[in-house]
Design a protein around this ligand. Structure first.
Ligand code: NAI
Length: 468
């Protein structure tokens, strides 16, 4: 093994592995350092992928329970085999982490096992759990170390009863009473999984609404939807601590507006109050790399460069903490190192919540447009009026398109409905090309599809929506 690389990437999550693969494709000599036994980071091992496997399986369970009879499908007794549900989730994770290994080999990316630390420009020390240490020499270093769950004072995570996303995708039994702290993306996704499997779910949220960052109308619709699915929200409440009793947990909370306290009983508690960059033991000080108060690495040139020959991507830097944003950062950095152009437009990173119905958005919300004083027109279309949604009995939700009042350029799209996590992308492409709502409205969409709701919402911007 030669010791001199073009790029050494620390971390093999979506930011790191995509950077490594793209750098390999561009003919660079690449090593990727990873401390975990499997590749893929949070996303593949304990985040996006396992949660989606559980969301899908629990959705099918719920459909069998509530919807099949109405469609004329009869069967005997319905039973939950949680062990098998977890096994199929593990199988998805295993297959995909091995897929990254395969892509590393295919693109000549060298995998180095161990914890990486920057010694200074051009030098990365790697320490294995067995205590072996080696130093890799390189022209460029990419920090792709991702993030870890944020915690709260008074709460001791044990990943058994008081869990983050890691423990929440591996509970051994369905808890009778589950308390979720945080009504953000993780809270809603994992809350729906366990609620569908039979848990009584209480969600405690600091703010007076769910899904911070979402368009106000979407946030309201989301609350209504999940309340109708049985989630019980406690808004404007701050969790002050979780007491561990022998068989029960007691979640203490306090009204944000002032003093009043309450306690909820629980068998399990999921803490989902956001994430913070993971840069522990990385040697940032020695390399002269600055972070802000939250530990976010500061990018000096707007293009991922954090020091001479050192770059950073994904959750460790600013921008949305999302796997697909990290992937795009990683690719852009590989291209910049190879002397090409590399850029990511953070205004066009879609957000998707993979619940049932899904929630998706891209671009600006109505609140943001109002605050910026931008005049806009709005088109909205309910799935209730979409023929395919009616055939499938999936009529909940709507699509909303926001466009500049004068130029008609699309400024944002906000959707709630089955499958909107896929539908959002036609608006992303339109926005990437600087498209107008009329461009979407005049694009032929196949009938009958759920996507016609996107077209109808776009038609609605200029007032010519055709109801069913
Ligand atoms: P989040 O930022 O989406 O939500 C955290 C929620 O916790 C917020 O609503 C916040 O107001 C609330 N909160 C904070 N402190 C609190 C307190 N003391 N008491 C009660 N509530 C409190 O973070 P979340 O859900 O933990 O997700 C972490 C990250 O992972 C996010 O960046 C998210 O975008 C990402 N993620 C993305 C997914 C997706 O794209 N589908 C899936 C899962 C996670």
């Amino acid at each position: 093994m030669s010791d001199t690389y073009d790029v050494v990437i620390i971390g093999a999550g979506p930011g790191g592995y995509n950077c490594a693969i793209r750098a390999g494709q561009l003919g660079l000599k690449v090593a990727c350092v990873e401390k975990n036994p499997t590749l893929g980071g949070t996303c593949l091992n304990v985040g996006c992928i396992p949660s989606k496997a559980l969301l899908h399986a629990s959705e099918m369970f719920a459909a069998a329970k509530h919807d099949f009879a109405g469609m004329g499908i009869k069967f005997g007794k319905l039973d939950l085999d949680l062990k098998q549900m977890m096994a199929q989730k593990d199988e998805a994770v295993d297959g995909l982490t091995k897929g990254v290994e395969y892509l590393f080999k295919k693109n000549k990316v060298e995998r180095v096992n161990g914890h990486g630390r920057i010694l200074g420009p051009g030098q990365v020390e790697v320490a294995t759990p067995e205590g072996d240490v080696q130093v890799l020499k390189t022209r460029h270093i990419v920090i792709a170390t991702g993030s870890e769950p944020a915690t709260l004072p008074g709460i001791e995570i044990d990943e058994e009863r008081i869990v983050t996303n890691t423990g929440a995708i591996a509970l051994k039994n369905v808890p009778k009473k589950l308390v979720l702290i945080g009504a953000g993306v993780i809270g809603l996704e994992l809350g729906s999984v366990w609620s569908r499997l039979g848990a009584e779910v209480e969600v405690v949220e600091y703010l007076d609404h769910c899904l911070p960052g979402a368009d106000g109308e979407i946030s309201k619709a989301t609350r209504k939807t999940f309340e109708s699915q049985g989630l019980n929200f406690h808004f404007g409440q701050k969790v002050t601590g979780v007491e561990k009793l022998k068989t029960k947990l007691k979640v203490n909370m306090e009204a944000v507006s002032g003093g009043e306290t309450q306690t909820l009983d629980a068998d399990a508690v999921i803490v989902a109050v956001g994430r913070r960059p993971y840069t522990e033991g990385l040697g940032l000080d020695k390399a002269g790399i600055a972070t802000d108060k939250r530990g976010v690495i500061e990018v000096s040139d707007g293009h991922f460069r954090v020091a001479e020959g050192i770059w950073a991507v994904g959750d460790a830097i600013h921008g949305p903490m999302l796997a697909h944003k990290a992937e795009d950062d990683g690719v852009a950095v590989a291209e910049l190192i190879a002397g090409k152009a590399g850029h990511v437009d953070y205004d066009l990173v879609p957000s998707v919540v993979y619940t049932n119905p899904e929630i998706a958005w891209v671009g600006r919300t109505e609140e943001q447009l109002k605050q910026a004083g931008i005049e806009y027109s709005k088109g909205k279309f309910p799935f209730q009026a979409n023929s395919r949604a009616r055939c499938n009995h999936e009529t909940e939700g709507f699509v909303k398109i926001l466009a500049d009042k004068k130029t008609d350029r699309v400024l944002g799209a906000h959707m709630i409905g089955v499958g909107v996590g896929d539908m959002i992308h036609e608006v992303c492409v339109a926005m990437e090309f600087g498209g107008a709502s009329e461009d979407i409205a005049r694009t032929c969409h196949a009938h009958p599809t759920m996507s016609e709701a996107v077209r109808q919402a776009a038609m609605g911007v200029e007032g010519w929506t055709m109801q069913m």
